[in-house]
Design a binder for this molecule. Sequence first.
Ligand code: SF4
Ligand code: SF4
Ligand code: SF4
Length: 351
Amino acid sequence: MSGPSATWSVENKTKPKLALYWAASCGGCEIAVLAIDEKILQVADHFDIIFWPCVVDGKVRDIEKLPDGAIDVCLFNGGIRTSEQEYMARLLRQKSRILVAFGSCAHEGCIPGLANLSTREEIFNTVYRDSVSTDNPTKVVPQTETEVAEGTIHLPLFYDTLRPLADVVPVDYTLPGCPPEAENIWEALQAIMDGQLPPRGAVIGKQTTVCDECPRTRSEKKIKGFKRIWQVIPDDTTCLLEQGIICCGIATRAGCGAKCPQVNSPCIGCHGPNEGVEDFGARMMAALSSVIDSKDPAEIERIISEGIPDPVGMLYRFSLASSLLKRSRLPRRQEKAEAGQPQMAMAAAKG
Ligand code: SF4
Ligand code: SF4
Ligand code: SF4
């Protein structure tokens, strides 16, 4: 990236500065910002949007030249998978007074974090060698340095493990959701603009569960088996979990208005764990175990293995990278290499 930023004009210098950045993510959170509709004009009016590579022609080298803390607020979406993303996380942390982990990818790793079930080598083999649509007869895979006639080309180092933003740099606030709801984004932006933010470290959002927002009727949950949503037509008034459909509302932070259960679809946990839930999957497994109507270990085992064929995909879909386990076990040599990643990251990112 090079060249001056078009947004850095003299008349903007008194406005608070806002930055947005997109690391290991699908980019949906950047689109979600636009879901606040015409209110984006108020945001543009209030802030000098100093860096938003998806939208504004800002340059990294201009950010590097800023004094520390010169950016008032940075909304950072995405986890940290490469040395470039780690460099940008550290740079934006240094330059920002308030750093917000914006959306599930930055907060918990989200869907990109499911790649923590594989090693870098396995991912590269799938993407660059083994997939049926790949045509790569010489088995080329990306290298961090490649010599060409014009000089050396640098690519970021791809890590074995995706980490949530808070595992790499201190984070001031978290806005949950995949993506965060437009109304929650707007509330957070208003709180920032009005200086009404909660204490540092807080998740900006509700402290109850999706169940508390869900209009379905609940009574005692006792089930003899779990069903996938495509196996039944649920009745549209009774709690889905009572009907044997795995609904994660019980462990998920409220804030969406229980959107999915209201349209006969179970909550899959996209708002992340509710306050006090350290490991989303473990909390869900404990909740599911408590509703099984059996005391026979063999029957319980059958109900779980038949009803939850993919425990990680169902219960750690958004949170594997921030769970207690974080990833599948790496071969010992790779564990050592991972431990040395921060130093390699800075070197690789600087080229
Ligand atoms: S949180 Fe969801 S919508 Fe946002 S970038 Fe990640 S995958 Fe996309
Ligand atoms: S488990 Fe799901 S369906 Fe049941 S009350 Fe909670 S959110 Fe609603
Ligand atoms: S119901 Fe659950 S999965 Fe659906 S939007 Fe709300 S938090 Fe996300």
